[in-house]
Design a protein around this ligand. Structure first.
Ligand SMILES: Nc1ncnc2c1ncn2[C@@H]1O[C@H](COP(=O)(O)OP(=O)(O)OP(=O)(O)O)[C@@H](O)[C@H]1O
Ligand SMILES: [Mg+2]
Length: 229
């Protein structure tokens, strides 16, 4: 426990990158299982490149047939379970969402991504109805530009942030050399050096802020559940 899934049916919205950043950062403190539920197996491929944190276990070849057992097993053995989902809506996605304590919806500040994020939110609401329980979710802006954001980008993020019905991360995952390098050189941003990538310190700060916000959200959600009980 807890289970955190990354879902957006729009390809390339930043699910795998954000899931990996969170998993590696949390694994510095507590054991983490990262379930690779994408048939293209991007996390499993990353793991073969080495420098995987000792606290991180990657589970590969997860399909709609075995995901529920894998989540159950992982959540009984590690304090955090993170699920990277493929970029299409599927039964696999619903199964993962149904088990999640937090669904993170990574989204670029672009119209097509925003529309897909709304579709995922609708799906989460259907899963809530089906399971008759609250499933907290939050939109995470990814690959945002550090400087000179476009008007469209600002407009899209403002629309989400101003909507009281939709929880949105304050932290954005910026477009960074260190984040795209993860899949090229393997390891984590903590195993990289400033010779490998630019602005490593800023990337580290970004990941720390994101991880702290995830942990704070999990805590707040748990307290809300306690109040209801
Ligand atoms: N914050 C970032 N900074 C720089 N590059 C990024 C960032 N996030 C993602 N990318 C790059 O964008 C591409 C898509 O990212 P990623 O694979 O994380 O998206 P995804 O939502 O998992 O895609 P898919 O739906 O295909 O699984 C990758 O090449 C990745 O390296
Ligand atoms: Mg992916």
């Amino acid at each position: 426990m807890p289970v955190i899934s990354f879902a957006n049916s729009k390809g390339g919205s930043g699910k795998t990158t954000s899931a990996l950043l969170l998993a590696c950062e949390l694994a510095n403190a507590k054991p983490v299982t990262l379930i690779d539920a994408d048939p293209r197996q991007p996390i499993s491929r990353w793991a073969t490149m080495g420098n995987v944190p000792s606290g991180l276990t990657v589970v590969s070849n997860v399909t709609e047939k075995n995901i529920l057992e894998e989540i159950e097993q992982a959540s009984s053995t590690t304090p955090f379970v993170i699920i990277d989902l493929e970029g299409t809506a599927s039964r696999l996605m619903s199964y993962a969402v149904s088990w999640s304590d937090l669904v993170i919806i990574p989204t670029k500040e672009q119209q097509q991504d925003a529309i897909a994020a709304i579709d995922v939110i609708k799906e989460v609401h259907r899963d809530m109805k089906a399971t008759r329980r609250q499933i907290p979710y939050s939109v995470l802006f990814t690959q945002s530009r550090v400087i000179a954001k476009s008007r469209t980008a600002r407009l899209i993020s403002e629309q989400f942030r101003k909507n009281p019905q939709i929880d949105t991360f304050q932290t954005e995952i910026y477009e960074r050399d260190a984040f795209s390098a993860l899949f090229a050189i393997g390891g984590t941003i903590r195993s990289m050096t400033s010779k490998d990538v630019n602005n490593l310190d800023a990337a580290l700060q970004n990941v720390e802020a994101f991880t702290a916000e995830v942990v704070a959200k999990l805590r707040t959600n748990r307290e809300k559940v306690k109040e209801v009980a």
